[in-house]
Design a protein around this ligand. Structure first.
Ligand SMILES: *[C@@H]1O[C@H](CO)[C@@H](O)[C@H](O)[C@H]1NC(C)=O
Ligand SMILES: *[C@@H]1O[C@H](CO)[C@@H](O)[C@H](O)[C@H]1NC(C)=O
Length: 327
């Protein structure tokens, strides 16, 4: 009896353990499958991330996303710096139907113009002065007196800045941050050529190179493109870090070949000339000369009034009036 009981207990135990073994085997099998699938997925994901080198059978790594906008040569544009664009956000339309709008950043800080322009598939370059002090900007009180130099020739309200000063650079990072939050695709930091002017701060080309390198890094960190404004003497050095150039009056000063390096590198030169009477009564001889300037082949040329208002004429004779808000 005892033995039978014992055996039967043993038998029962061994039957149970066989069932447990089956369950364990099933669990193990499931675990192994999960492990294999998981490993496979992991490898696949890692390969897609561009990291691990796998078999030739594996998918090739996808190209890196190009977050920073690189405009093409001959990109069409309009630039308005003295007024705010007037676009109805509920029914956005804008004239002219160009690819890029270069607009004043601070004027548009509390407007929906940029999102409207994006809805219209336009790119937006935000203008701010990086190398001059202007008295009526929202952050004007932040500029230390000792960093403010001579008045800009022709712009009595503006003064050259010490662009090597950490305080000035911090202010400009603040402006980059505003541009980034506004959704600007690129920035057009102006007045970075103090060294080519009487500036009262002993600015050198090296100061401008250092400043533009700093600004480019800050723009790129925020996925924004950046352009070199004028500053012909530092074109060659800055070109690799720049996505475009903005030039004023290279035709008038017979210096467009200096900026042609951008076009040769596949980057646009947004080129402004200020012929007499522009934009609606442009001197025909000046227009002819400026639109066919040596070295300006492939430039995105626009003929404007000096105050960079709503009007523009293009070299094909088209004249445009962009709707702006009265100030
Ligand atoms: C440049 O762009 C204009 C439109 O803005 C177009 O008419 C012209 O054909 C373009 N030129 C070249 C060389 O692509
Ligand atoms: C400009 O700023 C730099 C860095 O602070 C300083 O070394 C230089 O002396 C300043 N220049 C002038 C003219 O104040």
């Amino acid at each position: 009896m005892e033995g039978k009981e014992g055996r039967s207990r043993r038998n029962r135990e061994s039957r149970l353990s066989r069932r447990q073994k089956l369950v364990l085997a099933a669990v193990a099998a499931v675990l192994i499958i999960v492990l294999i699938v998981g490993l496979g997925l992991g490898l696949g994901l890692r390969n897609r991330g561009g990291g691990g080198g796998g078999d030739d059978d594996e998918l090739p790594p996808a190209p890196q996303p190009t977050a920073i906008w690189q405009p093409a040569v001959n990109t069409s544009w309009q630039i308005i710096l003295n007024a705010k664009l007037d676009i109805d956000p509920n029914n956005p339309v804008v004239e002219p139907d160009v690819e890029v709008y270069d607009i004043d950043m601070f004027l548009h800080q509390n407007s929906r113009a940029i999102s409207s322009l994006h809805k219209l598939n336009k790119k937006v370059i935000c203008y701010f002065s990086a190398g001059s002090y202007e008295p009526k900007r929202p952050d004007s009180s932040k500029f230390p007196k000792e960093d403010i130099g001579s008045v800009l020739d022709g712009w009595p309200d503006e003064k050259w800045l010490n662009i090597s000063s950490p305080a000035i650079r911090e202010i400009m990072v603040g402006r980059m941050e505003i541009a980034s939050r506004m959704g600007c695709d690129g920035v057009d930091p102006d007045n970075v050529d103090g060294f080519q002017n009487e500036n009262g701060m002993n600015l050198t080309p090296q100061d401008s190179i250092s400043f533009m390198t700093f600004l480019a890094d800050e723009a790129h960190k925020r996925n924004m493109a950046i352009g070199l404004k004028n500053a012909g003497d530092i074109v060659k050095t800055m070109l690799p870090r720049m996505q475009f150039a903005v030039n004023e009056e290279c035709a008038q000063y017979k210096d467009c070949t200096t900026f042609a390096a951008f076009v040769d590198a596949g980057k646009p030169v947004f080129h402004i000339e200020y012929p007499d009477g522009a934009p609606f009564d442009t001197d025909p001889e000046q227009k002819e000369e400026y639109c066919n300037a040596p070295g300006a082949k492939g430039f995105s040329t626009i003929l404007k009034a000096m105050n960079l208002n709503f009007g523009a004429e293009y070299c094909d004779g088209r004249q445009v009036r962009t709707k702006v808000l009265r100030r």
